[in-house]
Design a protein around this ligand. Structure first.
Ligand SMILES: C[S@@+](CC[C@H](N)C(=O)[O-])C[C@H]1O[C@@H](n2cnc3c(N)ncnc32)[C@H](O)[C@@H]1O
Length: 164
């Protein structure tokens, strides 16, 4: 297994994960989807925050995410009872739009995704679902912004979209 330490690869930080969990709690959202797992820190953090509530937390990822996600499980010595929770749904989100339909709260650190990506996601969301993303030049309308820290900057602007 190789850990990706390249300068172009980045992930969100723990304060961001807590901020997302608190935002989700404030808006009474009960399920979470991370589009593009990376090492899976968000999945794990959100799951642990809501552990007693038992909310469903899902995550997708393409080829390289499978290894990254597994590394996270290894270094955290994930217990057998949590193995099912920390399972990545393999494949592009475009082939798993059912996950978008189910989720109450969707996050995507998707700066480099195609500009049209958010438009595709919002089409499948149910009313009331919140979508937080940073896709560059996105044309979808948004309610507000969140400033979130990542491994490459303390202040990243994420758009908060709420489906009507
Ligand atoms: C910047 S990382 C985000 C990692 C983590 N979610 C975070 O925010 O810290 C974006 C991830 O999205 C994955 N990705 C890219 N295209 C995707 C697609 N079509 N479907 C699902 N995941 C995708 C990439 O492999 C990458 O791991």
């Amino acid at each position: 297994m190789k850990v990706d330490k390249s300068h172009v690869y980045g992930e969100m930080t723990m304060p961001t994960i807590i901020k997302l969990a608190e935002h989700m709690k404030k808006h009474k959202k009960k399920s979470f989807l991370d589009i593009g797992s990376g090492y899976g820190l968000i999945t794990r953090g959100i799951d642990e925050y809501f552990r007693e509530k038992g909310f469903p937390i899902k995550v997708t990822g393409i080829e390289k995410d499978l290894e990254r996600f597994e590394i996270c499980n290894k270094i955290n010595f994930t217990k057998k009872i949590f193995k099912d929770k920390y399972k990545i749904i393999h494949g592009s989100i475009y082939n798993h739009m059912d996950l978008v339909e189910e989720a109450d709260y969707i996050f995507s650190n998707s700066l480099l995704f195609p500009q049209t990506f958010p438009n595709k996601v919002v089409k499948f969301m149910k009313p009331g679902t919140i979508f937080v993303h940073n896709t560059a030049r996105s044309t979808i309308d948004y309610k507000s912004e969140m400033i979130l820290s990542s491994s490459w900057s303390l202040k990243n602007h994420f758009k908060v979209y709420v489906k009507r």
